[in-house]
Design a protein around this ligand. Structure first.
Ligand SMILES: [Zn+2]
Length: 704
């Protein structure tokens, strides 16, 4: 009844026209046409494509309320049924289909994308059905990632599929905007679309929260009808032909820094023959070339079907990403493709940097030699350049290597004869020589070495090495360090690195011999939190004091103390901790959100104490609904608090906390409700234990 009422409101003009006495009999739009599924001839243009079909959700049948309609029918099952029918239609048309799941099982979003990418799919269609609080709502929508320019080809698919759906399902309502950005749902869009390496769209074909629609969605005939609509949309897309651009020049590495770049253009239509086959069916203004993401003024040569560009200024040595976009007569875009153009002007000069100009000829002394290579215009050379190093006395390693940031480090070990040694470096038929003096042993001694992680053998750059409590050195990118002119006898060496137990040792320098030391450091907490980016925030601040506890402390300062202590503890483990509120002053919510959003990565934890007149404490974690990582962190923290005496925990999934709702990170708020904060004795250990256990679980999952 409700639906009928709604129809009359939405389509009154239609109904009036129908009653006006004309011979044309208009029927109710929501009346479904007779089932009639044929494969139209133009669907054969789908044949070259491999399509990933992703039936949303799965493996949650045991959860009572999870993604279910009013009578409990599961969205996951509807999605899968539609996927099976769509697969059948697509295969009949000759296309290849890869399903990300074909039964009721949980498949992580990342895994879904990997399945599609590894199978070499051209694009992915994710099949879902929608839910809303209002049971009347029922319309079709297709979601794209972020903005239309993100993936123009995805928009082509979205447009055709959308109308395919609308025409197939005859839903009572039509969305004002049938194509929707996934930013409406999550600040950084749907995880599936964000991490997809191929064009992808996500369909919310209709609302299973609408009782009538739920009933229809449980019928296989209706799932098949929906699949046919999507299929027709895809067939119409393919019938329009897909243009393409192929890089034909330069072929391979370019020694020229201003090479002419030529693409061969095809419109995806004229190859089929036909009357238009003599001309290129491309909108000439639509063709664009981007170099490293920046548009350049490329020229379209329509008669020769080529796109040309020659840079005015030299391109830097190294790889450059080229991307061509174009639109054919049917306004279809090419499949996105990135070509790599490597510019490699030959090396013309080499510079050397050494910590010392002379070494004792004791057969042990070792020193790093830092190289940097430049072309004839004094520009750094391409990192793919092969470099060879040799010496006439002593040893050098490695003898052959590739560069990083146009440079490299080789290690030279002194010979036992004194005199001048030559170190000859060769690249691209160019050689330069470094001369070093080898002095009689016993005149001086050097101490060098490398610092490594004891269990992973990873070399530790930026570790701090202190000699005799007075001379400091920082390890280089290879974990190496170097001290010269050491007197013979005992020396104290202290090594510290973030996330590692420090190491102190006494070394005895012999009179006639240098020393080379490998130093192994033990990772704190087995390195489980090494480099884990964590953003910590203390709620309130300044005049916003929050609750005042019986001991006179207010929530703002308790939050700040707990967060700064937690930051110190996490830094000890080697975590990469960022503090949002860095002092005791006011910090408006909007500014916090902006600060967090500007940080490059990590997950966000906001802490807040609340006063609670009870003998127990309550740890309450709030996450963004259905954020899986947020849920894992919150569950681990809650579990740690649950071990405490008289403790209760609660996990809330809602959008009520602005910092949780509006940051572009996995985010959670932990509220500790208690009679008085017990920072060191209770709350800090519980929070820390929770974070450690979250990482343990996350690592286990990755290993499985
Ligand atoms: Zn869904």
């Amino acid at each position: 009844m409700n639906l009928k009422f709604l129809n009359n409101c939405i389509f009154p003009l239609l109904l009036i026209a129908g009653c006006a006495g004309s011979k044309l009999q208009l029927r109710d739009w929501t009346e479904l046409p007779k089932e009639q599924y044929t494969i139209p001839p133009f669907a054969s243009y789908l044949a070259p494509y491999k399509i990933a079909l992703d039936a949303g959700h799965g493996g949650s049948s045991h959860l009572p309320g999870y993604k279910r309609g009013p009578t409990g029918k599961e969205e996951a099952a509807m999605n899968l049924n539609v996927a099976f029918f769509l697969k059948e239609f697509l295969e009949k048309a000759g296309a290849k289909v890869v399903m990300t799941r074909s039964d009721d099982r949980f498949v992580a979003l990342k895994e879904r994308n990997e399945i599609a990418a590894q199978a070499g799919c051209d694009f992915m269609i994710s099949l879902h059905h929608n839910a809303a609080d209002n049971p009347q709502v029922n319309y079709a929508a297709v979601y794209y990632h972020l903005h239309p320019d993100y993936s123009p080809m995805s928009m082509d698919l979205a447009r055709q599929i959308y109308f395919g759906l609308v025409e197939a399902l005859h839903l009572p309502q039509v969305a004002n905007d049938g194509l929707l950005t996934d930013k409406l749902i999550y600040p950084d869009g749907f995880g599936l679309l964000r991490t997809s390496k191929i064009p992808a769209v996500l369909l919310e074909s209709s609302f299973y929260s609408n009782p009538t629609e739920e009933k229809r969605l449980t019928k296989l005939s209706y799932n098949r009808r929906e699949a046919y609509g999507i299929f027709l949309g895809l067939a119409r897309w393919a019938a329009g032909g897909i243009p393409s651009a192929k890089l034909i020049q330069p072929a391979g590495i370019s020694r020229d820094k201003k090479p002419e770049i030529v693409y061969e253009i095809a419109d995806g239509i004229t190859d089929r023959g036909g009357r238009g086959a003599r001309q290129l069916l491309i909108y000439s203004q639509s063709a664009s070339l981007k170099i490293d993401g920046k548009a350049v003024a490329a020229q379209m040569d329509m008669p020769n079907k080529k796109l040309h560009f020659r840079p005015d200024s030299a391109l830097a040595n190294g790889p450059h990403l080229l991307q061509v976009d174009l639109q054919n007569l049917f306004k279809n875009h090419n499949l996105p493709r990135v070509d790599t153009l490597v510019i490699a002007a030959p090396a013309a000069s080499i510079t050397f940097e050494t910590p010392a100009k002379r070494l004792p000829a004791d057969g042990t002394a070792m020193m790093p030699i830092r190289l940097k290579l430049f072309d004839a215009e004094q520009q750094p050379v391409w990192d793919g350049t092969t470099v060879q190093v040799q010496t006439n006395r002593g040893a050098i390693a490695p003898a052959k290597f590739q560069l990083k940031n146009s440079g490299a480090v080789a290690y030279y070990q002194a010979a036992v004869e004194t005199g001048i040694t030559q170190i000859i470096v060769t690249a691209d038929n160019h050689s330069d020589t470094l001369l070093l003096e080898l002095t009689p042993p016993g005149e001086s001694r050097v101490l060098s070495g490398v610092i490594v992680d004891d269990s992973t053998e990873a070399r530790l750059p930026t570790a701090m090495v202190m000699l005799d409590d007075s001379i400091r050195a920082t390890t280089d990118e290879n974990g190496g360090f170097f001290f010269e002119n050491l007197p013979a006898g005992a020396h104290k060496l202290s090594v510290t690195a973030r996330g590692y137990a420090s190491e102190n040792r006494i070394i005895n320098m012999e009179a006639n011999r240098s020393a080379v030391l490998p130093i192994r450091l033990q990772a704190n907490l087995s390195g489980i939190l090494h480099n884990e980016p964590i953003i910590l925030d203390a709620a309130l601040g300044g005049s916003e004091t929050g609750d005042t506890f019986n001991n006179g402390v207010n929530a703002a300062s308790a939050n700040f103390e707990l967060i700064t202590r937690l930051a110190d503890t996490l830094r000890w483990t080697g975590a990469n901790v960022m503090l949002v509120r860095a002092d005791q002053n006011n910090f408006p919510v909007q500014e916090r959100i902006e600060k967090v959003n500007q940080l490059p990565g990590g997950w966000y934890l906001k802490l807040n104490y609340r006063k609670w007149e009870a003998d127990s404490i309550l740890a309450q974690s709030t996450i963004y609904p259905a954020n899986r990582v947020g849920e894992q962190i919150a569950t681990a923290i809650n579990a740690a608090f649950a071990h405490l005496p008289r403790a209760r925990t609660m996990l809330r999934q809602n959008t009520a906390v602005p910092e949780v709702n509006l940051t572009n990170k996995t985010a959670l708020e932990v509220t500790i409700k208690c009679r008085a904060p017990m920072i060191v004795a209770r709350d800090l250990p519980a929070l820390f234990e929770g974070i450690v256990n979250f990482k343990r679980m996350a690592n286990q999952e990755r290993e499985e």
